[in-house]
Design a protein around this ligand. Structure first.
Ligand SMILES: *Cc1c(COP(=O)(O)O)cnc(C)c1O
Length: 362
C-alpha cells in the first residue's frame, strides 16, 4: 500500500486495485497519445470504440460468456434494473421473488408496480441472516421468471447453490459478488450487477442477457432507454454512455486477467474471508451474524453485542487506517467488505487490530 492510502472496507463505492488507479492517473492528461483524457473524447470516436469493445471482449473471456448472451453497459445503476427487468420480461405479468435482504426487497416492491410479484421465500424472520431453502418453491407455470439477489451486501449472505427455478428463467443481481469467482452463466437468463461494488466507479450496471429475452414484446409505456432491445441494437451506445466508468471497468478486467482470472480471484477471496471468519469463530468478543453455510466471501458483518463497544471499535479502527467498517444503518455493528481489490494484508491488518482491541477491552 502506498501514498498514505487507507484500507477501505466500504460496501460501495469501494476499493479499486491500486494498479488500475495508477494506470488511470498516467492516462489522465493524454490517453495513448491522442492528446486528451478518456473523459473528453467522443463516445463515437475510434479510440472509445476500442475501449468499449475491448472491455466487452475481456469480460466475455473472464466469465466465459457464450455468443447467445449480450453484454450491456447501462446507466441508472442496479436499482434501475429493478424496473427494467419486469418491464422487459413480465409477459404474463407475474414473477417470483426470493426476498433475502433489502436489495431483493426493493426489487420485489418495484416489480409490484408492473405486475404480480410473488414472494416465493424470505429470510426476514431472522433479520436476513440466512438463505432460505430454495429446493422446492411454490413456482407456478405462469411466472415469467424467478428473481434472486445472489450476494446480500448488507446482511452478508450468499446463495451457495442456485434455487431450483422449475425451468423458469433465473434473474440474478450479483452487484456485490460480480467477478469474485467463476460462474456458469448458462444457468442464468440475466445476470446483472452495479459495478461500484467489485468492478469499477459508481453509475453503471452491466447486464448479461440471454438473447431470446431481448425483444420488442415489452410492457406498454416501457421507456425507450429501458428497453433491452434499444440498448442491444445500439451496442450500449444508444445515447452517451458512462464513458469513463466503462474505461475504468476495462482496466479492472485487464487487472483480473493479469492476476489469473476468476478462479484465482476465488482462491484469493476464500483465503481472505477464511482469515476473518476464523478469527470471528474463535473470538470471545466479536461474532459473525450470518449462518455459517450462507456466509458471503465479500461482505462480512460482525458485532460485539455492545453498541458502545461497536462505536469505539469503528472510531479506533478508523484512526488506525481501517476505514468504513461501520455496519449498515439497519443492522448496526460492523461490516468489512473485502472485495477483489482488497489485499490479503488489509484483512490481516484488520484481524490484528481486532485481536488487539479484544485484549484491551475484553
Ligand atoms: C448496491 C447494490 C444495489 C444498488 O446499486 P445502485 O447502483 O446504487 O443502484 C443493488 N443490489 C445490490 C446487491 C447492491 O449491493
Amino acid at each position: 500500500m502506498s501514498e498514505n492510502r487507507v484500507y477501505n472496507f466500504s460496501a460501495g463505492p469501494a476499493v479499486l486495485p491500486e494498479e488500475v488507479l495508477r494506470e488511470a492517473a498516467a492516462d489522465m492528461m493524454n490517453y495513448k497519445g491522442c492528446g486528451m483524457s478518456v473523459m473528453e473524447m467522443s463516445h463515437r470516436s475510434k479510440m472509445f470504440d476500442d475501449i468499449i469493445k475491448t472491455a466487452e471482449a475481456d469480460i466475455r473471456e473472464l466469465i466465459g460468456i457464450p455468443e447467445n448472451y449480450k453484454v450491456l453497459f447501462l446507466q441508472g445503476g442496479a436499482s434501475q434494473q429493478f424496473a427494467a427487468i419486469p418491464m422487459n420480461l413480465m409477459k404474463n405479468k407475474k414473477a417470483g421473488y426470493i426476498v433475502t435482504g433489502q436489495w431483493a426487497k426493493k426489487a420485489y416492491q418495484e416489480a409490484k408496480l408492473y405486475g404480480e410479484a410473488v414472494e416465493l421465500a424470505s429470510s426476514a424472520d431472522q433479520t436476513f441472516s440466512y438463505i432460505p431453502d430454495c429446493s422446492d418453491l411454490p413456482i407456478t407455470d405462469d411466472m415469467d421468471y424467478v428473481y434472486i439477489c445472489e450476494n446480500n451486501t448488507i446482511y452478508g449472505t450468499k446463495f451457495k447453490t442456485l434455487p431450483n427455478t422449475k425451468g423458469k428463467n433465473l434473474i440474478s443481481d450479483v452487484s456485490s459478488c460480480f467477478l469474485s469467482e467463476p460462474v456458469d452463466i448458462t444457468k442464468y437468463a440475466i445476470m446483472y450487477g452495479g459495478v461500484q461494488k467489485n468492478v469499477g466507479p459508481a453509475g453503471m450496471v452491466i447486464d448479461i442477457i440471454r438473447e431470446d429475452l431481448i425483444t420488442d414484446d415489452v410492457l406498454p409505456c416501457t421507456p425507450t432507454m429501458l428497453k433491452f432491445k434499444t440498448q442491444a441494437d445500439n451496442d450500449s451506445l444508444y445515447n452517451t454512455p458512462p464513458c469513463y466508468t466503462i474505461y475504468i471497468c476495462g482496466l479492472v478486467f485487464k487487472w483480473l486477467k493479469a492476476n489469473g482470472g476468476l478462479a484465482a480471484m476465488k482462491e484469493r477471496n476464500e483465503k481472505k474471508a477464511a482469515l476473518l471468519y476464523d478469527f470471528l469463530d474463535n473470538s470471545k468478543m466479536f461474532r459473525g451474524t450470518v449462518r455459517k453455510e450462507d456466509r458471503s466471501l465479500m461482505n462480512v458483518p460482525f458485532v460485539t453485542g455492545n453498541d458502545e463497544l461497536d462505536q469505539k471499535f469503528v472510531a479506533e479502527s478508523k484512526a488506525a487506517g481501517l476505514e468504513n467498517l461501520k455496519g449498515h444503518r439497519t443492522v448496526g455493528g460492523m461490516r468489512a467488505s473485502i472485495y477483489n481489490a482488497m489485499p490479503y494484508e488489509g484483512v490481516q491488518k484488520l484481524v490484528d487490530f481486532m485481536e488487539d482491541f479484544e485484549k484491551k477491552n475484553g
